[in-house]
Design a protein around this ligand. Structure first.
Ligand code: MG
Ligand code: MG
Length: 249
């Protein structure tokens, strides 16, 4: 079942999305060599308290932190740690969500730590652009695989691998709702998109092959070939006038 949100419900999701965007903006400003992923997570939790919003990931299926923080060849679901220090040249993915009055927002960005290689910079740019290509397809009359087609067609032109094991999703009263939104697929296939659907679009893109595996901590997904990976995500409402990004401050 894919839920259709009323204008009033989407307005509640705008509030959650704005808090996600604000805290992510602040965390991105903090990223620099020497900071630990633990520091970033502690900051996000304290800001949730300030803004009176509920961190969405803490305790979700047992996840132990507020932010999924994934460095270099880590794709998604990295666990913040006091031992994990960010170094010049790393790239770091911050995936964060909150709820307000039971309505969710979910967003992710990958940012450079200090000066990074040209390869890392290009991966970040291409992955960010692929998100916007996907978002552009979030219109009534299109189908769900139009989103994945747009992402895949763009990133594969650069020789990059599109992760298959993790996908975007509907979002609303739950963090993960139907439908699944893969970052690959054939134009014109799948569920017909309608005004009032809200989707989290989230390409996960590798410099090398698409294959990923989960480490023994049960969470952290890494590229099998150890190549760099980037992740961008926005929560997007399909409106009468086209896509509206909710996770912005
Ligand atoms: Mg997310
Ligand atoms: Mg998500």
């Amino acid at each position: 079942m894919v839920s259709i949100k009323s204008e009033r419900e989407i307005n509640s999701m705008r509030k959650a999305g704005a808090a996600v965007g604000q805290i992510l903006d602040e965390m991105c400003q903090m990223v620099k060599p020497g900071i630990t992923t633990w520091d970033l997570d502690r900051y996000a939790e304290s800001r949730c308290k300030d803004l009176k919003v509920v961190p969405a990931f803490k305790g979700y299926h047992g996840f132990p932190a507020c932010v999924c923080i994934s460095v270099n060849d880590e794709v998604v679901h990295g666990i913040p740690s006091r031992k994990k220090v960010l170094n010049e040249g790393d790239i770091v993915g911050l995936d964060f969500g909150v709820s307000i009055d039971g309505w969710y927002g979910d967003s992710a960005r990958t940012v450079p730590v200090g000066k990074v290689s040209d390869e890392a910079q290009k991966l970040i740019q291409v992955t960010r652009e692929s998100l916007y290509r996907g978002i552009e397809q979030c219109r009534e009359g299109n189908r769900v695989f139009d989103i994945g087609y747009a992402v895949q067609n763009f990133v594969e032109q650069h020789g990059y691998g599109v992760v298959r094991e993790f996908v975007g999703h509907g979002i609303g009263k739950a963090l993960h709702e139907d439908p699944q939104v893969p970052n690959y697929g054939s134009k014109g296939k799948g569920l017909a998109l309608k005004v009032g659907m809200v989707l989290a679009i989230e390409p996960m893109i590798n410099v090398g092959g698409p294959a990923v595996k989960v480490l023994s901590d049960g969470w952290t997904a890494v590229t099998v070939d150890r190549s760099l990976s980037a992740h961008f995500e926005h929560t997007v409402a399909i409106t009468q006038t086209g896509p509206e990004i909710l996770t912005v401050f």
